[in-house]
Design a protein around this ligand. Structure first.
Ligand code: BGC
Length: 349
């Protein structure tokens, strides 16, 4: 049976109510969501023996999410990932955004969508339960042009799929790149790091970056490099080798196949528990980040370096400055759409 419940999760310093939702399905999967940042707070899934555990990093209370330096589970925007020097030009006008990840702009600036309070409503149908979050980002917020209305809908079904549908419209040309920033550790607390996880990326190419994490413009073949996950590899096998990976992997891969079509992008297998996560997306890219800045401190939820991994389906970083990349410009009258599915299963039963 699919169920949905909600309860108060506290108030922000500005007095806004934060609500926590819990979605469950007949297999014991439970997804936690809050409307601060349209954030995923928990994803509980069974292992090969049926033992259910949380496989995504989170905090215990609202204070944790109000600080949330690592962006645990949040919806990143208006532009997730990096924009070089925080600058771009659109329709002849140059915009200067916050360089909050010096010298670059990261995940929407000082107060990104992951820190905003979203409106929320339940979504229920015969085959899924979910929550639709809505945020209206004013013209000029974080110096981005145009009032942008964003909807993010999470839904869970009995096939153990967590689906994220994004939709956005604007009243003035703007740039946007939306993603979800869950940190996954499929061992559900049984393994401190993800180095033994086996990863497949359905990606023949990736984007090499400079020291600031900005793509140099080339779509490079992964073959023969530590970025080759066309067949499964243990993440730890070559984790010290990537160039400008911030101490691990922190790059965007180019998802094979057609942009706009829901197609497989990534698969993670945790051998001990047998838990498997597959990601399908309509997006051109997927950022694979191995939690290199997790520091074992309360600020990082006590997670250690490589204590979790992120697989963020999105457009390419710095697209507003790289005309060869698929466009991230949204114009009035257009509807931005993205779908990303996380499918959970087990092997070795
Ligand atoms: C980026 C990392 C960054 C992290 C912040 C990721 O999307 O690729 O470089 O440190 O977000 O939590």
């Amino acid at each position: 049976m699919l169920t949905i419940q909600s309860e108060p999760f506290g108030k922000t310093p500005d007095g806004d109510d934060v609500v926590s939702y819990s979605l469950t399905n007949r297999n014991g999967v439970r997804v936690g969501l809050i409307n601060l940042g349209a954030t995923v707070t928990a994803v509980n899934v069974p292992d090969k023996n049926g033992k259910v555990a949380n496989v995504t990093l989170g905090f215990n209370d609202l204070d944790g999410y109000l600080a949330n330096a690592p962006y645990f589970g949040g919806t990143c925007g208006r532009y997730s990932n990096r924009i070089a020097k925080g600058q771009f030009t659109l329709d002849g006008e140059t915009y200067q955004l916050a360089t909050n990840n010096d010298p670059s702009h990261l995940h929407g600036g000082k107060v990104g969508f992951n820190k905003r309070v979203w409106q929320h409503e339940k979504v229920e149908s015969a085959d899924h339960v979910g929550v639709k979050f809505t945020y209206v980002s004013p013209d000029g917020e974080e110096n981005y042009p145009g009032q942008l209305t964003v909807h993010v809908t999470y839904s869970l079904n009995d096939a153990n799929e967590l689906k994220i549908d994004y939709e956005a419209t604007t009243d003035k040309a703007t740039v946007l790149n939306l993603t979800n920033h869950c940190y996954w550790n499929l061992a559900g607390g049984e393994q401190a790091t993800i180095v033994d996880n086996e990863l497949t990326l359905m990606c023949d190419k990736y984007l090499p970056v400079d020291e600031a994490g900005i793509p140099i413009g080339e779509l490079a073949a992964v073959a023969g490099t530590p970025m080759d996950f066309i067949t499964p590899h243990k993440i730890g096998e070559r984790i010290t080798e990537p160039v400008n990976g911030n101490g691990g992997y922190d790059h965007c891969w180019v998802v094979n196949g057609k942009i706009g079509e829901l197609r497989p992008a990534a698969k993670v297998v945790e051998p001990q528990s047998g838990r498997v996560m597959e990601i399908l997306t309509t997006e051109p890219g997927i950022q694979f980040y191995t939690g290199n800045f997790l520091a074992g401190t309360p600020e990082t939820g006590n997670a250690v370096k490589h204590g979790a991994l992120c697989l963020e389906a999105q457009h390419f970083p710095d697209s507003p400055n790289q005309p060869e990349f698929p466009t991230t410009v949204l114009k009035p009258g257009e509807v931005y759409k993205q779908t990303t599915v996380h499918r959970f299963s087990v092997v070795g039963k």
